[in-house]
Design a protein around this ligand. Structure first.
Ligand code: ATP
Length: 318
């Protein structure tokens, strides 16, 4: 099965402790432990597959139980996994969650930080043969840049989820993305870092459409920007000359009314579903893909967890 979606990114084994309160320095406390898959790349690959697209996940894994977990779960979900074999351990996340749902997280990037441009070069035909390539910033920035450049050269649609907010990036990298999908925190961080616009992340959703659109244009010039706004929904901004089948250069889509259990991974759900929809019906108006991804992400919040909470829901089910 050739893959219409290729996701380049991270896999982590998440170790989660649910505690009454977060541990203070020097404290030893008890908590309910669970473990499972994580990493933005992996979560997004699961979402893309469950949203109906034949998908390949490109990553780096250690020769350990975490690496075996990634392969087993990809198999189970029916997507291909191409992993660079790393001498580093597979990525890990240590997550404490208190009774109020607040968390403290430590990431051990391990193999994720070793995903090399040489390996990406070897995947040229896979990347060039996709309909859409999706990446995030939990892998080395030069590796992501190489993947997007290869895809761009081959005429493949490129999508960059510029997350997490504190990851390094460059204007050159952002411009390699046909579609940039930050959440409001990442959007504010990119504006501050790259175009000197100081704006509080909490104020993004309240901005009027024309102002948000102007900020998006300042950031990327020609590309489309989709800012995810959590429970508020999504804001879309196109360049006038590239409306992607839409009739307006900018608009909002309101979030779905859902019974929220856990919003962890909602952004990953949105990104995976967006690229899956784009790959399955490239000629549809962009707003259709956004509405589908918004529905998919809303459904993903109805269950606890990230990858495990991705719904089996495709554009054909709408
Ligand atoms: P995370 O970091 O938890 O993965 P994020 O901050 O990257 O998430 P958000 O902007 O919070 O991403 O959410 C992504 C999308 O998920 C939203 O644009 C929306 O479509 C959907 N969503 C998130 N929260 C809710 C909610 N409370 N109700 C309905 N839909 C939601």
């Amino acid at each position: 099965m050739s893959s219409s979606v290729v996701v380049v990114g991270s896999f982590n084994v998440d170790h989660v402790w649910r505690c009454e309160s977060l541990p203070a320095p020097g404290a030893t406390i008890a908590g309910r432990y669970s473990t499972g898959p994580g990493g933005k790349g992996f979560n997004q690959a699961v979402a893309a597959r469950r949203a109906g697209a034949p998908t390949t996940f490109l990553c780096a894994l250690g020769d350990d139980a975490g690496g075996a977990m990634a392969r087993g779960l990809a198999d189970q979900d029916g997507f291909a996994l191409s992993a660079e074999a790393s001498t580093e351990p597979t990525g890990t996340g240590g997550i404490y969650v208190d009774a109020r749902g607040r968390n403290t997280i430590v990431i051990g990037p391990g193999a994720n930080a070793a995903l090399s441009t040489a390996y990406i070069e070897q995947q040229r035909s896979l990347l060039g043969g996709a309909k859409v390539v999706l990446a995030q910033l939990e892998s080395p920035v030069e590796t992501i840049e190489a993947a997007l450049a290869i895809a761009r050269d081959a005429g493949v649609t490129t999508v960059l989820n510029a997350a997490p907010a504190d990851a390094p990036s460059s204007i050159g990298l952002l411009k390699l993305a046909d579609i940039l999908t930050p959440n409001e925190t990442e959007f504010a961080a990119l504006l501050g870092r790259h175009v000197g616009e100081r704006i509080d992340a909490d104020d993004v959703a309240a901005l009027d459409g024309a102002s948000l659109h102007a900020l998006c244009r300042k950031l990327v010039g020609n590309g489309t920007v989709v800012v995810t706004l959590g429970a508020v929904g999504v804001f879309v901004s196109h360049a006038e000359e590239t409306l992607r089948g839409d009739t307006q250069p900018y608009y909002r889509v309101g979030a779905e009314q859902v019974q929220v259990a856990d919003t962890t991974g909602a952004g990953d759900a949105f990104n995976g579903a967006l690229v899956a929809s784009l790959a399955q019906d490239p000629d549809a108006a962009f707003a259709r893909h956004v509405r589908f991804a918004n529905q998919f992400a809303g459904k993903s919040t109805e269950k606890e967890g990230a990858a495990v909470a991705m719904p089996h829901f495709t554009p054909a089910d709408v």
